[in-house]
Design a binder for this molecule. Structure first.
Ligand SMILES: *Cc1c(COP(=O)(O)O)cnc(C)c1O
Length: 394
């Protein structure tokens, strides 16, 4: 009998928990140890060497030191890898620590130091790549320009889809083909594995700011990269050496977050569809950015690459920045705050906040406001926006 392949919903609940019956537990053990008793010098030393070079703990050698390995974090990584259709995943202290590790690992693996970055990107990613801190030369371009922009010394191509903040969609397979044998990193934070699996479309590295939907409750800062065994070894080595590791309690919370990820994302998406439709008819709104509209998905990627439009949207206001000021100040149920993907709805102004470090010619327009739709009743959310917009118009 062939083993039944579990669906995403079942994996979200059970992945990384396969040994529970054997252990006699019903919730994942939370191991907060900073160090581990060594079996003996020889076995401990071999395990240390294995992990410091990016491998797993050696058989019978233990975890040695928590900068090298933590079993609670490893459970979350194994579960996320299953959801992203990859063999491994490596978690970090933040999405930006994960992006930093990806660039360092890519430089080391390929010997190149040129990065191709498709805009728009999250402002922090744009900032990091252009900062000079990672000693890379960056060429920013559109998805269509990747083929003409990659060079022999290109170590990494970076893409975000849906992109922050205007929800532009990128055809991952087309960019992977254009990148040729250069590794492609896709930031899958907005789609989550519920709606999109970039590894199935040619991405070598699938990055998440786990702070957002994976955690889902606004109480964890974390990043993770799902990938194959060779990349995972290079990425773990960067983590072991530079120390940008995830705290085990955060790993525990993220693993718990995965169990409700599919129901959260689908419910929030249904509300976002309702809000997008309502906002499109609102007199204060000039334009709605949402992949669920025909203009939001010109290449027809929903159905082919994505399983739905997601729960993020943005609006362009007739009243410009002045109206954005009053709208963000007038909400009661939405929280005026950066970040996204949690159970509660958030509203923020990208040009002034999340995309502030982006050079002016690539920064989002000042009349755009971004919304992260949470689990509240969508009618209550519409009423809150109506009051904020009416106050903002008047
Ligand atoms: C927030 C975010 C990041 C950065 O993640 P942190 O966890 O804040 O470091 C990267 N990419 C996207 C799309 C994001 O929204």
């Amino acid at each position: 009998m062939t083993e039944r392949v579990l669906s995403l919903d079942s994996l979200a609940v059970h992945a990384g928990r396969e040994d529970f019956a054997e252990l006699g537990v019903h919730a994942p053990p939370l191991d907060l140890s900073s160090t581990s008793p060594l079996p003996d010098i020889e076995a401990g030393g071999l395990s240390y060497e294995s992990m410091a070079t990016g491998g797993h703990p050696a058989e019978g050698g233990g975890f040695v030191y928590a900068r090298l390995w933590n079993p609670t974090v490893a459970r979350f990584e194994a579960a996320l890898a299953r959801l992203e259709h990859t063999t491994e995943a490596v978690a970090y202290s933040s999405g930006m620590a994960a992006m930093t590790a990806a660039v360092l690992a890519a430089k080391q693996r390929t010997g190149g130091r040129h990065v191709v970055a498709v805009r728009p990107l999250y402002g922090g990613t744009d900032h990091l790549l252009g900062s000079g801190l990672l000693d890379v030369e960056v060429t920013y371009c559109t998805a269509g320009e990747v083929a003409g922009t990659v060079r022999d010394d290109t170590c990494l191509v970076v893409v975000e889809t849906p992109a922050n903040p205007t929800l532009d969609l990128v055809d991952i397979r087309a960019v992977a083909d254009a990148a040729g044998d250069r590794p492609l990193l896709v930031d899958n934070t907005f789609a989550t594995p519920v709606l999109q699996n970039p590894a199935d479309h040619g991405a070598a590295l699938v990055l998440h700011s786990a702070t957002k939907y994976l955690g889902g409750h606004g109480d964890v800062i974390a990043g993770v990269i799902a990938t194959d065994a060779e990349w995972a070894a290079a990425l773990r080595r960067v983590r072991a050496v530079t120390g940008g590791l995830l705290h085990p309690l955060a790993g525990y919370l993220l693993h718990r977050g995965l169990t409700t990820l599919p129901v959260r994302v689908r419910t929030q998406q249904a509300s976002a569809e309702k809000l997008a439709g309502w906002l499109a008819t609102h007199p204060a709104v000039r334009e709605v950015f949402f992949p669920g509209t025909p203009q939001g998905d010109p290449a027809g990627l929903i159905g082919r690459q994505m399983r739905g439009p997601g729960a993020m949207l943005a609006v362009r206001l007739h009243g410009g920045y002045e109206q954005a000021l009053r709208m963000t100040g007038g909400v009661r149920l939405f929280t005026h705050a950066v970040s996204l993907g949690g159970v509660d709805s958030l509203i923020q102004h990208p040009a002034a906040l999340t995309h502030r470090p982006v050079p002016a010619d690539a920064r989002p327009d000042a009349d755009i406001v971004r919304l992260s739709v949470g689990l509240e009743d969508p009618d209550d959310l519409c009423a809150d926006l109506e009051a904020a917009l009416t106050g903002a118009t008047g």
